[in-house]
Design a protein around this ligand. Sequence first.
Ligand code: MG
Length: 165
Amino acid sequence: MQNSHFKYPDTKAYDFVVDSLKRRGVTIDDLANLVYKMQAEFIPELTNDDCRNAVIDVMHKREFLNNAMVGLELDRLTETGQVAEPLASIIRNDAGVFGVDEALALQIAELYGTIGVTNFGYLDRVKSGIIKEFDTDGDHVNTFIDDLLGAIVAAACGKLAHQDA
Ligand code: MG
C-alpha cells in the first residue's frame, strides 16, 4: 500500500549510491574524467570542475537515485547469492537478451534528451575508462553497474551540452 506520508530520503539515497560506487572502486572524479574526454571537443572552454559539477547534479536527481539503487543492489544481492533462480544466473552471466540493465540505465540518460541517449549508446559500444574495467572483470557481478556508470557519464554530457547551447 502506498504511504502518502512517506518522505523520499534524498540525502540517504545519494549517500547510499556514492558509498556503493566507492565500495566498487568508482569515484566521482573517475566519472568526471570520462565526461571531460567525451565533451571537451565540443565545448572548448570546458573545465574539470564543470564536469565534476555536472556528474554531481545528475547524481542528485531522484530519477537517477531510484534506478541506481535498484541496479546496484541487484548486482550485490546476486553476487552474495540472495537472488532466486533463474534470475540469479541470468544476471550473473549478463545474458545479452536480458536488457533490464540497459533499460534502467537508458531511463537515466533520457533525462537529458537525445544527447544523453546517443552518448549512452556510444559508451555502451566503446566501454571506455572505468566502464571497461567492469566490463572485463570476470570475478564480480557487474551487470548493472557498467550501464549505470555509462548513464551517469552520458547524462552529464547531455547536461553540459544543453548548458552550452
Ligand atoms: Mg550491463
